[in-house]
Design a protein. Structure first.
Length: 211
């Protein structure tokens, strides 16, 4: 299950987003905003894809493939599959020299509104699974989610929102400089892979599709 991408990172309530970029070719918009009590920005990225809700969930739950589409993901491993809708995952994020690579442990939960059929995948950092080591700096504060909203014409609105503290005393300007490229490139990868047959034909009994 995908967690974060590079320095992409509590999700806040106020709706005061500022558009940071728009990729017209891939129809991806990225927004950022300030978070009270934090020097790092939150991001929200939005796009539209053809496919099913199940395909989106299946892609997010395919931990070994995460490195193929999530920006700067070096490795993603499933630590524990608690249930069909809940899991714990370990990820290593490749950072540019001389910044030390980051690792993170994240719990994810999949839920679906039975009226609107909107699917939400919540993510939060877990610091009680196993300790960090000297090879990486642990991302200890992170909250985020993916939101899949069914639209007409077999279209899905995809929203990816997150905020985190990457740790290690990085200057906020450096962290914030990644907060456009990370979600932008992650959604580009998502768009490319969701169309693969393995995801389009996936089955998740806990997901209802729009008719």
């Amino acid at each position: 299950m995908v967690v974060l991408s590079a320095l992409s990172f509590s999700v806040v309530a106020a709706d005061d987003w500022n558009e940071a970029t728009y990729d017209e070719e891939d129809d991806i918009r990225v927004y950022t905003r300030h978070v009270e009590g934090s020097d790092t920005l939150a991001f929200k990225a939005i796009t539209y894809v053809s496919g099913s809700l199940t395909a989106g969930v299946a892609l997010l739950q395919d931990a070994p493939r995460t490195k193929d589409w999530v920006f700067n993901c070096k490795i993603m491993e499933e630590i524990e599959l608690i249930s069909d809708t809940q899991g714990i995952y370990y990820m290593i994020t490749n950072m540019p020299w001389p910044v030390k690579d980051r690792d993170s442990i994240t719990e994810t939960r999949v839920s679906q509104d039975q009226e609107s059929l909107v699917v939400r995948v919540d993510m939060k950092a877990r610091n009680d699974v196993f300790p960090s080591n000297d090879d990486f700096i642990r991302i200890r504060e992170m909250n985020g989610y993916w939101l899949f909203t069914p639209k007409e014409g077999n279209q899905i609105e995809v929203i990816y929102e997150a905020h985190a503290d990457p740790g290690g005393g990085l200057p906020s300007w450096l962290v914030n400089s990644f907060l456009v490229d990370a979600p932008l490139n992650t959604l580009r990868g998502f768009r490319q892979l969701i169309g693969e047959e393995i995801y389009q034909k996936a089955d998740r009994a806990f997901i209802r599709e729009a008719k």
